[in-house]
Design a protein around this ligand. Sequence first.
Ligand code: M5T
Ligand code: MG
Length: 241
Amino acid sequence: QLIKGEVTLKNVTFGYVPGKTVLKNINVKAKPGQKIAFVGSTGAGKTTITNLINRFYEIEEGEILIDGINIKNIKKDSLRRNIAMVLQDTHLFSGTVRENIRYGRPDATDEEVITAAKIACAHSFIERLPQGYDTVLEGDGANLSQGERQLLNIARAAISKAPILILDEATSSVDTRTEKHIERGMDQLMKNRTTFVIAHRLSTVRNADQIIVLEHGEIIEQGTHDELIKMGGRYYQLYTG
Ligand code: M5T
Ligand code: MG
């Protein structure tokens, strides 16, 4: 059963190994349907926050709530159904393109698979594959380019009905032309979902409801694009380069 998609991080402090804190006292509240962007330099802790929302790791200090429920009390398969993700490193399995796209939505029709592929700008390259949607992918999509693998992951997110979406450099391996092309699809993907987006290109985070600036695992600024620009701090520096 699907949830509304309110996500709250309360005083979250975390490290992968004892004695090395990666996130310090993180507080974020995402209302259902909001777009939350994380920005900050390499190693700031952006991916780590999404790792925790996905519950890839357990937290010892603080808590993460979805619709008011601590994620520790949500079954893993329910969490997987409610969170769609396109991550920095792609995940595909050996199976056909079609199976890979409808992973998590085995009930999806062929038509839905094609619609999702079109949203992800993947339809045309899939059609050029030897067996189209029935082409078998080698383990982890070894017979595709990194960018094509990302597009398949985007198609998978598009077909999912999950109310929460995590985009971690979702189009980082896609060429600029395709990236330009896919913008509308990405908007469609985010529509009506609580979205956490991480992108180096700051133009893609501009319209976020909240932009959160991280530095060494701490939130140093938080606000909308206009607010942060007016503030003239770190975000302003990053934005004006
Ligand atoms: C933040 C460490 C990493 C860095 C810090 C994912 C991961 C990270 N780290 C680990 O020790 N183990 C891990 O599995 O945590 O890293 P991040 O959250 O990946 O940073 P980022 O996403 O802001 O950086 P980038 O380069 O993706 O922009 O000290 O060593
Ligand atoms: Mg990262």
